[in-house]
Design a protein. Structure first.
Length: 205
């Protein structure tokens, strides 16, 4: 089911202000046909003075300001100085990881002059199609037109091929009825500097 979010109206805010003193957040939300979290966020966001409580008029004014406030421009905006630096270094065949580390060393106390390697990759692959995008992606070590996902299929590290689970062993072995069945284990020492293999006969122990 698709949910369509509706901003609180002036009437909604007036009802919240009038009911706040005598009703719970959940009952206010039920009366308005809203989620309790919506009412809770509204009260937390726009209750400036705890002594005066929630003011519907002030809340509406602040909400309108927030909606019309321009969004912050991303660090790697094509018209920004940081983007030009990144493009310059990419053309020198620097990797995004090298660029990110260098920018952090150059401006350790200026976050606006730093950018992560993930942000560089994202900026490249969301660029509109064109010669600049092709050129910059070709400068990457892999030079792939599409970004590979971090997880490529199933992780097969530390797995034994055709492994049979210990839970699948026959009952006579599980109940230790027949001697001659051994159980092995590997004990790793501190900092992986030593290892001991153990073998135990299940019936006699």
């Amino acid at each position: 089911m698709t949910h369509c979010y509706r901003h609180l109206t002036a009437e909604d805010r007036a009802a919240i202000m009038m009911m706040r003193a005598t009703h719970s957040i959940r009952s206010i939300a039920t009366h308005l046909g809203r989620a309790p979290s919506t009412v809770s966020r509204e009260l937390a966001r726009h209750t400036v003075d705890p002594l005066k409580g929630y003011d519907a008029g002030l809340a509406g004014y602040r909400a309108r300001l927030t909606r019309h406030r321009p969004r912050q421009r991303p660090k790697l905006h094509p018209d920004g100085e940081l983007f030009e630096v990144v493009v310059y270094l990419l053309r020198k065949y620097w990797s995004p990881e090298q660029i990110a580390r260098t920018l952090k060393r150059m401006s350790p106390n200026e976050s606006r002059r730093q950018v992560s390697h993930e942000a560089i990759y994202n900026a490249l692959y969301v660029m509109p199609r064109g010669s600049l995008k092709k050129e910059l992606i070709a400068c990457l070590r892999q030079g792939n037109g599409k970004r590979r996902p971090r997880s490529r299929g199933k992780d097969r590290r530390q797995q034994i091929p055709e492994l049979v689970s210990i839970h699948m062993r026959p009952p006579e072995i599980e109940d230790r009825l027949m001697p001659g069945h051994w159980e092995g284990d590997l004990i790793i020492g501190a900092n992986n500097r030593s290892a001991v293999g153990t073998l135990v006969e299940r019936t006699t122990r």
